[in-house]
Structure formats: structure tokens, C-alpha cells
Ligand binder design. Structure first.
Ligand SMILES: NC(=O)c1ccc[n+]([C@@H]2O[C@H](COP(=O)([O-])OP(=O)(O)OC[C@H]3O[C@@H](n4cnc5c(N)ncnc54)[C@H](OP(=O)(O)O)[C@@H]3O)[C@@H](O)[C@H]2O)c1
Length: 369
């Protein structure tokens, strides 16, 4: 039996209300303060068998804090993450995944590594593989070759954004790298250019900017920032463009989803497990209520932790911002071996809505079949 643990935390108050509906009666500030006082606790246990026949079991441990508190109260966040890691070890986990903001703090978990008593990962490698796969399938279905696209990565200097930019750079016509720090962006651009040169791959046009307005010139945006949400507003996205939002909480504002039917927003990094796991939790017996996704669907960062346990990878994996494209490729192969699949793969009737297709057809050259 391979054993893992994964740290989760509420991304919004909705994540608190879903499993505990009575909490809706309390004022948001009260809930927020209450979360800060609470210690980490075991939320759920799951077990299932992978396609390669490995029996996996794991614990989801909640670190009770909202995203903005991870940023403004990093010391408390680090203390809670260390407590949660010790709990994971006591429960018998061999590998620990750091979900959402638990991997962003401590300089992308690098400062935490030595103090955590287990091998850790942020799950960024498989998140990148899964997000690119779903994005490429969308454009394949739309019938537009990637080589004709202008793409942007928002958060291009981060753990997910940097390696996403490397991998996208070999496939698109123009690549815009966006974040807040220009010198770091310049550095990443240099890294990408030498990576492509060493492989004999022709480089696309690579632009760097701290201004999100550049998105108005891009067919595709991949968003992976550590901002606390609502960064990408409706007015900066061009009609017929596709946005893959990998960030948790999402970077794309709710107004885009509500009012811009001519923009397709897809959620990156969702994975369907090879079978529906057995779930035990004292909070709910509903997977959807606990996880916020359909039964058997998990985030790619959770799936990466499971894959590490299944393969006996007992060393830190996706930690820090310099994740290599090889690590991403390795996770992709392990996922195939163990029967994990990207969820939300476009199906003309479902994932690509008619409203978007209409706009897309009038703007672009052609759509397959
Ligand atoms: N879907 C999944 O399974 C999954 C898995 C892991 C992580 N995530 C999520 O993915 C996101 C990125 O994670 P990460 O580990 O790559 O984080 P990270 O290493 O901290 O990188 C964050 C990036 O965002 C940029 N950034 C932050 N605020 C910004 C703003 N206001 N405007 C523009 N750029 C901004 C940062 O650069 P500057 O500081 O220079 O601006 C950096 O490039 C997080 O939201 C995380 O929760 C999702």
C-alpha cells in the first residue's frame, strides 16, 4: 500500500460553507478569524487502485486559512503548514503534497523543505502537463494550428508559469511573458531562448511586460499567478480568445465568465482518477461537497502527489520556481501508466459553448469538421 497526504485550504468562504452550511449564518470576519485560530485537521481519507495495480491511500489535511491570510500572515501560515506536515507523518504518509497557497509561501516552499519530515511537492509539474494538454486539445478542436497563435503566460516567472512558457515557446508564433518584476521576466526570456537554441528549435517572438493590457493582442492566455484573484478583467481580453486559468483562486474575474460569452475560459489542471475512490470523512460523504469537483476528479497537484507515492518517489519533486520541462514530461508518462486522465477535455457540445463558437467562426479561419 502506497501512502500520501495532501494539504488543502479554503480558497473562498464558499469552500467553508459547502461542507458546513450552518456557517452561512456567521459573519465573514468571524469565520475568517475562527479559521486563523484553528489547528490543521484531517478532512478526508481516500483509497483506490491505479491502472498499474498499485493500491493507494491518502489523507487530505486542512490548513484553515484563506488565501489573503497566507500572504499577509506568512509566519502563521508556515507554522500551520509544519503542524499539518507532522500530522501527515503521524498518519503514515510517505509523501506530502502542498496544495494551493501552502506551496506558494516560504519562497515557493523552498524555505520549508528542510523542516518538513516528508518528501514534498507542489504538484506543479503535472499541473503544467495537464493544463497544456487541455489547452492544446481545445485549439485542435477549433482547428487552429498553435504555430499561428499569439500566446501569453501571466505569472511567467513563477513555478508553473516559467516551465509552461518553456514548453509553449516551441509551439507558438509569438509568446508574451507577463508578471510584475521586469528583470526576472528578462531572465526567464534568456533562459527560454538558450533552451530552444540548445535543442535546435526556432524561437518565437518573445515579448515581456508587466502590463496585462498585452493580453488584448493574444489568442491564448495561460494564467498562473499567486494573486488572490480577479486579476484578468473583461476589458483586456479580445473576442474569440481562450484563457486557461490554472490559478487557485482563479485569476479570471467572475465578470469575464458572466459577460464575455465570446471568450472561452477553461480550468487547467483537473484530473480524473482511474476509479472512483473509497471516501471516508466525518464532514461529508459527498466527494463534490468536500473537494468541489465531480466524483473521482482531483486537482493535478493532488494527482502528482499520488503518482509520487505510487512510484515510490521519496524525494522532493516540484519545489521552487526552476522546474524542468523533463519533470513535466516524466509526470505525464507516469499519469498514463497509472490511468490518470485530464478532465474537462473538450467535447464540442460541452466544453466549447455555441456562443463562443459563433464568435470564433466569424473571427478565425476555420474550425475542424
Ligand atoms: N490547478 C492546480 O492543480 C494547481 C497546482 C499548483 C498551484 N496552483 C496555483 O497556480 C498558481 C501559481 O502557482 P505557482 O506555484 O506557480 O506560484 P509562484 O511560483 O509563486 O508564481 C506566481 C507568479 O505570479 C506572478 N504574480 C503574482 N502576482 C501577480 C500579479 N498581481 N500580476 C502579475 N503577476 C503576478 C509572480 O511573479 P511576480 O511576483 O514577479 O509578479 C510569479 O510569476 C497559484 O494560484 C497556485 O495556487 C494550481
Amino acid at each position: 500500500m502506497a501512502k500520501f497526504a495532501f494539504l488543502i485550504h479554503p480558497l473562498t468562504l464558499e469552500d467553508v460553507w459547502r461542507p458546513i452550511p450552518e456557517a452561512r449564518n456567521k459573519r465573514p470576519e468571524v469565520i475568517r478569524q475562527f479559521l486563523l485560530w484553528m489547528d490543521p485537521f484531517e478532512t478526508a481519507y481516500i483509497s483506490f487502485k491505479t491502472k498499474a495495480g498499485v493500491q493507494l491511500e491518502g489523507w487530505f489535511i486542512s490548513v484553515p486559512m484563506l488565501p489573503e491570510d497566507f500572504i499577509t500572515n506568512e509566519q502563521l501560515a508556515i507554522e500551520k503548514v509544519l503542524k499539518a506536515a507532522n500530522l501527515a507523518k503521524e498518519l503514515g504518509a510517505e509523501v506530502l503534497g502542498l496544495g494551493a497557497y501552502t506551496s506558494v509561501i516560504g519562497n515557493s516552499a523552498q524555505k520549508l523543505g528542510d523542516k518538513i519530515p516528508l518528501p514534498i511537492t507542489s504538484g506543479a509539474s503535472y499541473t503544467v502537463a495537464a493544463s497544456l494538454e487541455v489547452t492544446y486539445r481545445v485549439f485542435n478542436q477549433l482547428g487552429v494550428p498553435l504555430k499561428e497563435l499569439s500566446a501569453a503566460v501571466v505569472g511567467a516567472t513563477g513555478a508553473i508559469g516559467r516551465v509552461t512558457s518553456f514548453l509553449l515557446s516551441k509551439d507558438v508564433k509569438r509568446l508574451c511573458l507577463i508578471a510584475r518584476n521586469l528583470s526576472r521576466l528578462e531572465y526567464v526570456r534568456g533562459e527560454i531562448l538558450s533552451w530552444l537554441k540548445n535543442r535546435g528549435i526556432e524561437a518565437p517572438v518573445i515579448e515581456i511586460s508587466t502590463d496585462l493590457k498585452l493580453l488584448s493582442t493574444c489568442d491564448l492566455t495561460i494564467a498562473a499567478t499567486s494573486s488572490t484573484g480577479n486579476l484578468i478583467k473583461p476589458e483586456i481580453l479580445p473576442p474569440g480568445s481562450v484563457v486557461c486559468d490554472v490559478s487557485l483562486p482563479g485569476d479570471v474575474s467572475q465578470e469575464v465568465k458572466r459577460n464575455r460569452k465570446d471568450v472561452l475560459v477553461i480550468e487547467g489542471g483537473l484530473i480524473k482518477l482511474p476509479e472512483i475512490p473509497k471516501l471516508v470523512s466525518k464532514y461529508s460523504d459527498s466527494w463534490e461537497k468536500l473537494m468541489g469537483y465531480p466524483e473521482g476528479v482531483v486537482l493535478a497537484c493532488m494527482a502528482e502527489t499520488m503518482l509520487m507515492a505510487a512510484e515510490g518517489i521519496h524525494e522532493n519533486y516540484s519545489i521552487g520556481r526552476n522546474i524542468s520541462p523533463e519533470k513535466v514530461e516524466r509526470m505525464k508518462k507516469l499519469a498514463e501508466k497509472h490511468g490518470m486522465e485530464v478532465y474537462g477535455v473538450p467535447d464540442r457540445d460541452k466544453l466549447i459553448p455555441e456562443d463562443f463558437l459563433k464568435v470564433f467562426k466569424t473571427l478565425k479561419r476555420g474550425i475542424s469538421n
